[in-house]
Design a protein around this ligand. Structure first.
Ligand code: SAM
Length: 279
């Protein structure tokens, strides 16, 4: 692997902050990460943001196929060259924004394993998208800033428990894979990074439309997290009326004076069912 600083320098390019470009620069770290993912020669991988190929190459050396979606067109020729240097024939590079990719079409009849050292500025949106589209994803290994990873796995009751925690924990079993310090990246970020593994499951209790209600309920509840549920959920983006919120909370047997951060995922599910019934 060529050091990303050297590759960029050769072409007089720079790492763009707006695309969250902190490239892995330590081949030992990249190899250690891919070993921890336990990929097989049957795995079909979607890599989000391959950058200059630090993960793409060791993944392609292990998995059946990698589709790598990179938004930055400047990196594509450099990345293609790195792949050709390794004589790898099982990588498809797509120069697109990940939000413009149809995951179902890509997966077709075999679920994907999604891997990404995610651009930090859009990592929450990417995780939401993967949750919504999880029917075509077997699992995901995603690298986040350490603080965000902490929030994703936080249990109810504390300050870290957030909308993202409730949504992600509803859709997946989540486990810690490893932590990586700033010195493994170019340019060096200011914080540590954490890789989490998401084993997605489909929830038979909710169809797609009901699941949307659940996600809206979670969003409304956390919209003013210091307020009690009867106040945080009233008005706002979804324009719930106060009486409607109070009745739904009663049906779900949840005290209207509690705050969103105290509700378990099961309680959010009961509340969504009550909202569904009450509407
Ligand atoms: N995987 C590489 C590595 O570990 O060295 C690069 C990781 S870097 C943190 C994030 C990568 O995502 C960059 O290459 C960036 O250009 C790309 N990226 C940013 N926004 C994207 C988007 N919306 N769709 C696809 N790729 C994106």
């Amino acid at each position: 692997m060529t050091h990303p600083g050297q590759l960029l320098n050769q072409k007089k390019l720079y790492a763009g902050k707006e695309l969250g470009q902190n490239f892995l620069s330590n081949p030992g770290t990249a190899k250690m990460i891919v070993e921890k993912l336990r990929l097989s020669n049957e795995t079909r991988v979607l890599e989000i943001g391959p950058g200059l190929g630090a993960l793409t190459i060791p993944i392609a050396q292990t998995a059946a196929h990698v589709t790598a979606v990179e938004k930055d067109s400047r990196l594509i020729p450099l990345l293609q060259q790195e792949i050709d240097n390794e004589n790898l024939k099982n990588v498809t590079l797509i120069n697109k924004d990940i939000f413009n990719i149809n995951l179902k079409e890509m997966a077709r009849d075999k679920k994907l394993v999604v891997i990404g050292n995610l651009p930090y500025n859009i990592s929450s949106q990417i995780l939401f998208r993967l949750v919504v589209e999880r029917s075509c994803i077997e699992k995901a290994f995603l690298m986040f800033q350490k603080e965000l990873a902490k929030r994703i796995i936080a249990p109810p009751g504390g300050r870290d428990y957030s909308r993202l925690s409730a949504v992600a924990q509803y859709a997946a079993d989540i486990s810690f894979v490893t932590q990586i310090g700033p010195s493994s990246f170019f340019p060096k970020p200011e914080v540590d990074s954490t890789i989490l593994e998401f084993n997605f499951f489909e929830t038979k209790e909710f169809n797609q439309e009901q699941e949307k209600v659940l996600f809206n309920v979670i969003k409304a509840a956390f919209s003013k997290r210091r307020k009690t549920l009867k106040n945080s959920m009233t008005g706002g983006e979804f324009e719930f009326k106060k009486q409607f919120v109070v009745t739904a909370l009663e049906v779900a047997k949840i005290d209207a004076n509690r705050r969103a951060e105290t509700l378990t995922v099961e309680e959010f599910k009961s509340l969504a069912k009550a909202v569904w019934k009450t509407s």
